[in-house]
Design a protein around this ligand. Structure first.
Ligand code: SF4
Length: 383
């Protein structure tokens, strides 16, 4: 069992299952199970009934541990060594919090709009939702912000949001390792607003902005190519000086035909120009390339042209390349788009081939300065 400093449950290991709790109160269960040639991933959101049963078991276990601590039978280390009395105090705090779980989750849902997704290196960020939703909201494979509008919040509104979210985390802010400006495109904000916000974040939470050994520090966001190209080099450099570190860009594909089919705004050449400008300003980038985009029929073009684009992007060891398998389940927007244009899903073998080609291209650096390449499975996301 793992709890944050405020006493919220974070994760529970039980009989081979890993169950993680999001701040919104959802519990997600994960496990790899044996199946044929390859292990199969088991992933499900617990039903309200299962979640209540789990929380009841956690409470019973906590009460048993508290009884042991009160009898002086519990000792050990949690970050620092704890005496039995220290254990009892910590367990009392945690137990008291278990009575407020539903209220705490409801409060979280009041101060945050649904957080669609974060880059995998930002799951432990302090999220500040300054630019809500996605102003484009038309990509054929994406339903993250469907039915939601987009807007840049006012400075007063952002300040209030920061105060509320800081108060929400309280002592548990110690688990946040960076700051992430949501939602889909922070660069849709005017430069003066985004630079002001980064300075505010740096002033309020300096620890998150200081370089740290875990490598996850700094201020981050998603950035759309067309918005990034509206920023001048001067403004990007000012942003870098204000604590901003990395813009993660949904490149998706280097193939114009696939990009058009995906309804992704901008061209591959725009991606190259935007990345070059961001890098010249001293910022780093995260590049997201989709696996399976456009289905089986698009494989050759998507594979070759995305690899070609990855080769020419000016990446180095400060950057990340994420390979993200598109979801092709019956209810996923990409599957529906494929069906609507008589295409078929790419399937695991073609996706693996694309992943290998993109990885090789991203790592093919004549100067030896290689970005890190990682899988980006959006199903893993839980905040
Ligand atoms: S992929 Fe990004 S740009 Fe496209 S609709 Fe989704 S959030 Fe908006």
């Amino acid at each position: 069992m793992d709890f944050d400093a405020a006493g919220r449950p974070v994760a529970v290991h039980e009989k081979g299952f890993f169950r993680a709790r999001g701040f919104d109160g959802r519990w997600v269960e994960k496990k790899w199970v044996a199946g044929g040639m390859e292990p199969i991933r088991h992933l499900r959101v617990l039903t309200a009934e299962n979640a209540a049963e789990l929380e009841h078991r956690v409470r019973e276990r906590l009460e048993e541990l508290l009884a042991l601590a009160r009898r002086g039978l519990l000792s050990g280390t949690v970050g620092k060594p704890l005496t039995p009395k220290g254990w009892a105090r910590r367990l009392e705090t945690i137990l008291a919090f278990q009575d407020r779980l539903a209220e705490d989750a409801a409060y979280f849902r009041r101060i945050y709009h649904p957080i669609g997704v974060l880059p995998p290196d930002q799951y432990l960020a302090w999220v500040v939702q300054a630019v809500e939703g996605c102003s484009w909201n038309r990509c054929a494979f994406c339903g993250l912000f469907a039915g939601r509008g987009a807007r840049v919040r006012s400075r007063a509104d952002i300040r209030r949001h920061m105060e509320e979210t800081e108060a929400y985390f309280g002592p548990a802010m110690d688990r946040r390792v960076s700051a992430f400006i949501g939602d889909a495109d922070a660069f849709a904000a005017p430069p003066s607003t985004l630079i002001w916000l980064c300075r505010e974040i740096s002033r309020r939470q300096p620890r998150l902005v200081r370089p740290s050994e875990d490598g996850a520090w700094g201020i981050h966001s998603f950035g759309e190519v067309r918005s990034l190209l509206r920023w001048t080099s001067r403004n990007l450099k000012a942003l870098a000086r204000s604590g901003f570190r990395r813009a993660t860009i949904g490149v998706e594909s280097g193939d114009e035909e696939v990009r058009r089919w995906l309804r992704k705004p901008g061209r591959a050449e725009d991606v190259r120009r935007a990345v070059a400008r961001v890098k010249e300003a001293g910022l780093s980038v995260g590049i997201v390339a989709l696996l399976g985009a456009g289905g089986r029929e698009a494989d050759a073009g998507h594979r070759e042209k995305t690899a070609r684009l990855l080769r020419v992007l000016p990446l180095d060891e400060n950057d990340l390349v994420y390979l993200s398998p598109l979801k092709d389940g019956p209810d996923d927007p990409h599957r529906r788009a494929l069906m609507g244009s008589n295409r078929s899903p790419a399937g695991p073998a073609l996706r693996s081939g694309q992943a290998a080609a993109f990885r090789a291209a991203a790592l093919d650096r004549p100067d030896g300065r290689r970005p890190r390449v990682a899988l980006y499975d959006v199903d893993d996301f839980l905040y």
